[in-house]
Write a protein that binds this ligand. Structure first.
Ligand code: SD4
Length: 329
């Protein structure tokens, strides 16, 4: 196929895509390089703090801390390595790769994931920056602030805190600490989800994010969950998702998309069906799904914004940004 090898990822994360693409070029047809490509491509975003929503120094939680979620999935073996709520280590997807390659486990969480990372030689560092601290202090003080979606969303949403107890206390919750049902902070998050395929149709998927702004500590989104934030199966294809993880993860949208392609749907039909599945039950989510079949044919579907940009590199077109119009409400 002239479409392969290829690298495709969510949002306008050009540098991450170009970097992954360069890694695929290190061997003819990208052979054997797809894991390196997605891991190094997502690492690039972590280092660049893409959109403030990947890597350190973004999306402070209620206590002002930044924690990271990441996943790597190998479409040949269906092996997965993932971390969630990783604290104090910047290289989330590299740690996820270590979970994949050095353990028999799939997902490590929180402080224990950090301990694992340290045992693998990763250096502990604070993920808090002056910017993330200020963002958190403003939120604590109850000041509204525009979020990071402003360039892609027609109506920038405003996030405001702290959470109010509900009028009717939910008594079974410890300390009556009920939050407002809807936290505006959830509405800004631009995960990188990346798919790389070589000429032999070997697929890897990677994701990395710092999750949702002002989340309750311990909150984990879709990104490190196989089938939610990303999924790969060499026999069918791969998909990645971005957006409102709290909602999306309930529907396993990337598993749905891959299974749709397995049963003969085009990537376009698969991506749209998976977004429609969520929409059927939730009208107030924003998100996007990219689907790629094993031939390298691809498509994206989205909802809750006007359009969704994504990056594609392939032999025919080099590295380019594309956009897709989102489904109408
Ligand atoms: C999350 N889905 O933690 C992730 C964030 C994201 O685009 O996708 N941002 O909810």
């Amino acid at each position: 196929s002239q479409l392969l090898p290829m690298v495709i990822n969510t949002w306008n994360f050009t540098d991450a895509n170009a970097f992954a693409w360069r890694i695929l070029q290190q061997s003819e047809g990208g052979l054997g390089q797809t894991r390196n490509a997605v891991v190094e491509g997502c690492t690039k975003c972590e280092q660049l703090q893409c959109d403030g929503t990947v890597g350190y120094g973004g999306s402070p939680d209620e206590l002002g801390d930044t924690t990271l979620d990441a996943l790597v999935m190998d479409g040949a073996t269906m092996n997965v390595g993932a971390v969630a709520g990783l604290q104090g280590i910047k290289d989330a997807i590299q740690v996820a790769r270590h979970v994949l390659e050095r353990t028999s486990h799939t997902l490590l969480v929180g402080n224990s994931a950090s301990e694992f990372a340290k045992s693998m030689g990763f250096r502990p560092e604070t993920l808090v920056t002056p910017e993330s601290k200020l963002m958190w202090q403003n939120w604590k003080a109850g000041n509204c602030q525009p979020n990071f979606w402003h360039d892609v969303h027609p109506n920038p949403r405003i996030s405001c805190g702290p959470y109010e107890p509900q009028a009717t206390p939910i008594t079974h919750w410890k300390e009556d600490r009920a939050r407002t049902e809807f936290q505006m902070g959830h509405k800004n998050h631009d995960t990188i989800g990346m798919i790389a395929i070589d000429v032999q149709q070997q697929i890897h998927v990677g994701t990395s994010t710092n999750g949702a702004r002002f989340k309750i500590p311990g909150r984990v989104g879709d990104s490190p969950i196989p089938g939610a934030g990303g999924y790969a199966d060499n026999e069918a294809g791969a998909a990645v998702a971005t957006g409102d993880g709290d909602i999306m993860m309930r529907f396993l949208p990337t598993l749905l998309a891959v299974e749709a392609m397995r049963s003969g749907k085009t990537p376009g039909q698969a991506a749209e069906a998976s977004v429609q599945r969520i929409l059927k039950r939730h009208k107030d989510f924003s998100g996007a799904v990219i689907a790629v079949n094993r031939l390298g044919e691809y498509a994206a579907a989205c909802y809750g914004m006007s359009e969704f940009p994504f990056m594609v590199s392939s032999p025919l077109q080099g590295t380019q940004m594309e956009t897709v119009k989102c489904l109408a409400p």
